[in-house]
Ligand binder design. Structure first.
Ligand SMILES: Cc1cc2nc3c(=O)[nH]c(=O)nc-3n(C[C@H](O)[C@H](O)[C@H](O)COP(=O)(O)O)c2cc1C
Length: 517
């Protein structure tokens, strides 16, 4: 199968990309976290600070909180998610969701801050500690791997968000490819939010010399690949995306500047089956050199001729962030229908504003996320708003009506399984993006950039819902052509990337305990 056919089927004909006789071998499932063996490590504080204050100078404690909030294991939970399940489902929960709770991403850090030896570390989520992979200062190397665009002298470190293919391929087969990008987006969204609360300046780099970074952190590209890099700085005036022409080096040459690493790690699975399409896709995404970007800022924003319904003015929420993170949960069948007022919907959408202008190397300074992604929603029992389908106009903070009616049954019919009961759900969001998956601009890498951005945007809705005492359940298990039709996306050249059900929920019957104090 060629890559275009793969991406088409992955999106619109998902049953065609997984073998019909595919059976998940749960007995041999991998761990949801990567464990390194025989390397020195730095223990982090197991207590999570309930309040995150801005720090002038980062400490090991602020770094510990940064990691706990964004990717740490926080709770253990035993539940029976679906009626008729034979045994309890044991999961290690985190403050962010992940498709199937499998958390295919891993975090690596480059640190050069007081109290920690300069070097490259892996965040060991299972033990909440930093495993040292390579000691030293790598400013020069990382600078070149990022295309000499980032002022590394001003950073205190950088986070590398990787995808470890097998961690969710073992369950979802090729479908895992879409989840891997989306999941990375949720992690990035949370890292940006927590970083902001701790006073870290952040920016997301989606473009870098992949093989050079893999070499730096010592990962095997047949297993794992870096999807994004987020430098961290305390300097508000730092230059993030320097566009001037530089003498740029190839990944191959850069790798020669450092000796290879061969660390041992453990994933538990005894048998790991091949995933050739993921490797082929990953290979096609790789950048070996930096080239000038001829199509800068060429995104086209959707325009609507219909008049829109203004939403009430909403102030930014100032929630108890710790409690919003702790409460966050995907309610599944626990949604209960209760009316939501228009102010709440307005606040929910308003909370996506910070993310719409996040710093990243696609936009540089131009902040065009709303041109790449849009938010569609079906509403039911929203006080002051007719039931129907709408698209959000972020510039006017208003809703453009597309169709009137109760769409709950149509939404249910488009799900691949009864993950939620849509009759109980007042708000159903769809994050939509360009059907070409940004290929014109970034080649095959565009697909994963688009999915990461959809994850970032979805996570802002997710957190806002939790702060408003609502539940939000992300869903990728839906029939894309069906939802595209329902939200009228085809005629605007967009397609559904992720769905989110939002509403009130009852406390569910599960046994849950905190893994932290
Ligand atoms: C990208 C993404 C896709 C998801 N897709 C589905 C889905 O199709 N069906 C479903 O029931 N849950 C889906 N989920 C929800 C996860 O199963 C859920 O986050 C995970 O089990 C952890 O539970 P928690 O969110 O309550 O912590 C998805 C989550 C993410 C982040």
């Amino acid at each position: 199968m060629n890559l275009d056919e793969f991406l088409y089927k992955l999106h619109y004909e998902t049953d065609q990309i997984t073998p019909p006789d595919w059976e998940v071998n749960w007995e041999d499932a991998p761990l949801p976290y990567k464990l390194y063996q025989g390397l020195p490590f730095i223990e982090l504080d197991s207590e999570i600070s309930p309040e995150l204050g801005r720090t002038e100078k980062p400490t090991l404690k602020s770094l510990s909180d940064f990691l706990s909030y964004s990717f740490g294991l926080t709770q253990v939970s035993e539940s029976f998610p679906f009626p008729g399940d034979t045994g309890p489902w044991l999961t290690y929960r985190r403050f962010i969701p992940s498709g199937g709770g499998l958390y295919p991403n891993e975090l690596y850090l480059y640190l050069k801050m007081d109290g920690v030896a300069d070097g490259i570390y892996h965040y060991d989520a299972a033990h909440h500690r930093l495993v040292c992979l390579r000691e030293g200062n790598f400013d020069h190397y990382l600078d070149q791997a990022l295309g000499s665009r980032c002022d590394l002298s001003s950073v205190i470190g950088a986070i590398f968000i990787s995808t470890f293919f097998w961690k969710n391929f073992f369950k979802y087969h090729n479908f895992s490819y879409r989840l891997q990008g989306l999941d990375a987006g949720f992690v990035i969204g949370q890292l940006l939010e927590v970083g902001k609360r701790l006073g870290f300046e952040t920016g997301v780099y989606y473009q870098f010399l992949d093989r050079a970074l893999h070499h730096l952190i010592g990962i095997n590209e047949k297993e794992e690949s870096v999807y994004a890099v987020i430098p961290l700085s305390m300097d508000k005036k730092m230059t993030w995306f320097d566009d001037r022409e530089h003498k740029r080096i190839s990944a191959e040459k850069l790798c020669k500047e450092l000796p290879p690493l061969h660390p041992q790690h453990y994933v538990r699975s005894k048998e790991i089956i091949d995933y050739p399409m993921l490797l082929k896709m990953n290979e096609a995404c790789m950048m070996d050199t930096f080239s000038a970007d001829p199509n800068k800022n060429s995104f086209k924003k959707e325009e609507w001729s219909k008049s829109s319904i203004s939403l009430s003015k909403a102030k930014r929420l100032s929630p108890d962030f710790y409690s919003a993170c702790r409460k966050r949960y995907s309610p599944g069948l626990d949604f209960v229908l209760k009316p939501i007022n228009e102010n709440t919907l307005s606040s929910l959408l308003n909370e996506t504003s910070a993310v719409r202008s996040y710093r990243n190397d696609v936009d540089k300074e131009s902040k065009q996320l709303p041109s790449r992604l849009s938010i569609y929603v079906t509403t039911y029992q929203i006080e002051g708003l007719p039931h129907g389908v709408y698209v959000y106009d972020d510039g006017k903070h208003s809703l453009v009506p597309l169709a009137e009616g109760d769409y709950r049954t149509a939404l249910q019919d488009g799900l691949l399984s009864a993950f939620v009961n849509t009759t109980q759900i007042p708000l159903s969001f769809t994050i939509a993006g360009d059907t070409g998956h940004l290929k014109d601009r970034f080649g095959y890498r565009g697909h994963r950039i688009q999915h990461m951005e959809a994850g970032i945007l979805s996570h802002s809705l997710n957190l806002a819902a939790s702060a408003l005492n609502l539940g939000a359940h992300p869903i990728l298990g839906f029939h894309v052509p069906w939802y595209d039709e329902l939200f009228q996306l085809k005629k605007v050249g967009r397609t559904s990337l992720l769905h989110l059900s939002v509403g009130y929920y009852r406390s569910n019957g599960r046994l849950q305990g905190s893994l932290r104090f």
